[in-house]
Design a protein around this ligand. Structure first.
Ligand code: FES
Length: 179
């Protein structure tokens, strides 16, 4: 069946070529740290999938397919299962990200308080849309569901830093100050 016959996008996952490097992403130091500090808190290895994904993503910056395989071996499960989990949640990225990821909340309170203008002007300034990274690798733009700060909408995260009651002009200027 051809793509034009389907209402969804088909990916030939079985034919994906995995880029590999000799050095593991999930190295011995991280392995030892997780074995000592994290794994004892979980009833079985698979139960630790989410925090292990976080730990590797924090170290590498994203989750390359090779790292997914390494995580699966560590958790004694399959790469498919780890990838299923990673691809289900927005916060896990299997592609390289910009140095700064902008998460613009697009849930109701933020939308009512000016999110469309905020997002539109960020897109215009950076020249990228949601899910894209600027050519210089500095910014990745993403949208997010409610960031849990509806009372101070509109909100956005710049990496892990929450910006509240955003004034669009001030926010855009603050991006120029990021090195
Ligand atoms: S709707 Fe944006 S923080 Fe809740």
């Amino acid at each position: 069946m051809e793509q034009r016959d389907l209402p969804w996008i088909m990916k030939n996952s079985a034919g994906t070529q995995i880029e590999r490097r000799d050095e593991p992403y999930f190295d011995a130091a991280l392995r030892d740290e997780l074995e000592a500090d994290l794994m004892p808190k979980y009833p079985n290895r698979r139960a630790a999938t989410l925090p292990v994904l976080h730990a590797v993503q924090n170290k590498v910056g994203y989750l390359p397919y090779q790292a997914i395989e390494e995580i699966a071996a560590f958790l004694e499960t399959t790469p498919a299962e780890v990838l299923d989990t990673a691809s289900f949640y927005d916060q896990y990225m299997t592609e390289p990200q910009g140095k700064y990821t902008l998460w613009v909340c697009h849930s109701l309170s933020c939308e009512l308080m000016g999110q469309p203008d905020l997002l539109g002007r960020i897109q215009k300034k950076l020249g990228v849309g949601p899910g894209e990274t600027t050519d210089d690798g500095k910014f990745t733009l993403r949208t997010a569901e409610c960031l849990g700060s509806c009372g101070t909408a509109p909100c956005a995260l710049v990496n892990d830093v929450l910006h509240e009651t955003i004034d669009t002009d001030t926010f855009l200027r603050s991006l120029d100050d990021l090195n």
